[in-house]
Design a protein around this ligand. Structure first.
Ligand code: ADP
Ligand code: MG
Length: 258
């Protein structure tokens, strides 16, 4: 049997006396949207910070296409094909929309040439600009190409954050609350975009999200975390009707939480 596309294997994370993840395992199938849900403080962002190698588990392993991530450094993660967004938008506010996308793409531009203006580097930079423009066109942000990111509305900034992550051409995209604070119309656009990424580009997505209307509509599978432990896993239908999940999370106004 081949290795899972992506997996956490018995991951433990401790902060002083606090056990943020208590031996958490889950597997993600290639080409799916896998949602990770649960109350605030459950450990969802900690999972993402482990994947990005900002946090190192005290136990367990994380494997992407069969390779352990634990010996890698944070800057290597985008290069092996894992892109992410942050719970709090991490754009370069003063740079333009296009420049932000190029920052995202920079991990794919070879930087090992001894001369900054080597033909290979210039060619790949020109290609990166073309690719960035195409991405902006696709999500309807072309119009804002040369506008500083800080001048965009909140919804557009969230969208740009996803585009920035996409610019590095990830095979796995991890999104931390992309719908938080968005209006219904913007959530619908995000829904279409994420489904398109999976269908048309074959990208795999791990989605941390409190907006249940989005999760239930697009997730193929859902894992539920509570206090660092997996309490349920299954299809949206299975999870929605699981009494433990309703009790720990869904029953407590998950829709309104941010
Ligand atoms: P979630 O994203 O599910 O809301 P987090 O992963 O952010 O939860 O947090 C899980 C737990 O770990 C919380 O109790 C949080 O306070 C704690 N935690 C997360 N990061 C740190 C850190 N860098 N230092 C100390 N405690 C942390
Ligand atoms: Mg979080």
């Amino acid at each position: 049997m081949s290795a899972p596309f992506f997996e956490l294997d018995n991951v433990v994370v401790e902060f002083g006396g606090l056990r943020a993840l208590g031996g958490f395992s889950f597997q993600v199938e290639r080409g799916t949207i896998h949602a990770l849900i649960g109350p605030n403080g459950a450990g969802k962002s900690t999972v993402f910070n482990c994947i990005s190698r900002f946090y190192t588990p005290t136990q367990g392993d994380i494997r992407f296409e069969g390779r352990s991530l634990l010996r890698m450094r944070p800057h290597e993660i985008p290069k092996i094909g894992i892109g992410r967004t942050f719970q709090n938008i991490e754009l370069c506010k003063r740079l333009t929309v296009l420049e932000n996308v190029l920052v995202g793409a920079s991990s794919t531009i070879p930087s090992y040439f001894p001369f900054w203006a080597s033909p290979g580097r210039l060619r790949s930079e020109a290609q990166a600009v073309k690719d960035a423009e195409a991405l902006l066109e696709e999500v309807g942000l072309s119009h804002y190409r040369d506008v500083p990111a800080e001048q965009l509305g909140f919804g557009h900034q969230k969208l740009l954050d996803v585009v920035r992550a996409l610019a590095a051409k990830p095979r796995l995209l991890i999104l931390d609350e992309p719908a938080a604070g968005l209006r219904n119309r913007e959530i619908a656009a995000l829904n279409t975009m994420l489904v398109g990424l999976v269908r048309e580009r074959g990208i795999t997505i791990i989605l941390v999200e409190h907006v249940m209307q989005l999760v239930m509509a697009i997730a193929h599978r859902i894992t539920v975390l509570s206090f660092g432990e997996k309490i349920a896993e299954g299809t949206p239908q299975e999870v929605r009707t699981n009494p433990m999940v309703v009790d720990a999370y869904l029953g407590k106004g998950a829709h309104a939480e941010t």
